[in-house]
Design a protein around this ligand. Sequence first.
Ligand SMILES: Cc1ncc(COP(=O)(O)O)c(C=O)c1O
Length: 387
Amino acid sequence: MAKFRADPFAQKVDLGVGVFRDLSGNTPILDCVRRAEQTVLKSQTTKSYVSAAGREEFNSAVEELVLGSSHPARRDRRVRTLQAPGGCGALRVGAELIRAASPTAAVHVSDPTWGNHVPLLGSSGLRLQRYPYYEAAAHELRFDAMLERLDQAPAGDVVLVHACCHNPTGADLAPQQWQALIELLLRRRLIPFLDLAYQGFGENLAADVAAIRQVAEALPEVLIATSYSKNLGLYRERVGALIAVCEDESRADATYSHMLQIARSIYSMPPDHGAAIAACIFADPHLRESWISELAAMRTRIQDMRLLLSQKLRAVTGDDSFDFIRAQHGMFSLLGVSTAVVDRLREQHHIYMTGDSRMNLAGIMPHNAAYVAESIVAARTAVMQAA
Ligand SMILES: Cc1ncc(COP(=O)(O)O)c(C=O)c1O
């Protein structure tokens, strides 16, 4: 980020930072958020403390958004939800909960995974292990290798899975792969921890949680960390939640009391402002409708750039080797090139991405897609020739 800011080149391109950008390059405040914020400001009468659980109406709206209104686990009163400071807060409380319940359990994370998973989960003291997930150079999921590895995990271990729009690969499991994973988790008695940071960025709000709903129907215990940073653009307001699906109602009560205790011991209570805005949007039919269409516009903007960049790359290379970009989901894809190519893109072409060649597709604009495509191919050729 510092190098990008310091670069004086007028056409520099930032594909590194993990936030949505509109066609003007801004990370906008959604219109529904502005309107809800006005309502919140007008109706708020106190800044007194909230509880460790956060807002009740936010928590139940989150449950409904993720699991649906008639999910059997909700009907059986086996679900408990805690408002948390963003998806990061939810992941951390989840890690502490696992650690309290089962100190020797390992958490299996995908290779590769979002860089923050390691410190967020690992700082709780839990052991982390990696399962094969994606081969960047071949642009392919390693699903068989993933199942093979998880098949060796001892009962009670936890498997962290990105629910949709995998960060950093953009490669998600297909429905039949989710089914096979569910069967393995059941058979091996492993506990899924689903990270949902991009609901609505893949296909739509409902389709993006279809797999979560199936997992929560099939398995007795599931943890879900949700974030509203991206899909409501509430990044700095820190809005998220931890959902625990438990085996029965009494275990759910005991789990919830642990979750509250953990929250109290780390940050006491979650920030209220963003959750108040989110709850207002979830509850008001007009605001919700506006959210759904603004979310669709963000998703379309990213899908358009996926298509455009892959077309430009097709034009430069004359082949379909970058078509994977168009087929993947969410904000990110791994270009699948070496750090030498990433360095050259930055130094010679003023295009910035993370060292693992993760691109934020929302950093592409219609006017620079051709430049990015030409630069990628030029940098790759130059590094190949130098080798
Ligand atoms: C995979 C994944 N999980 C969780 C998060 C947490 O986001 P936040 O704490 O900003 O809500 C992010 C944010 O980038 C993410 O990419």
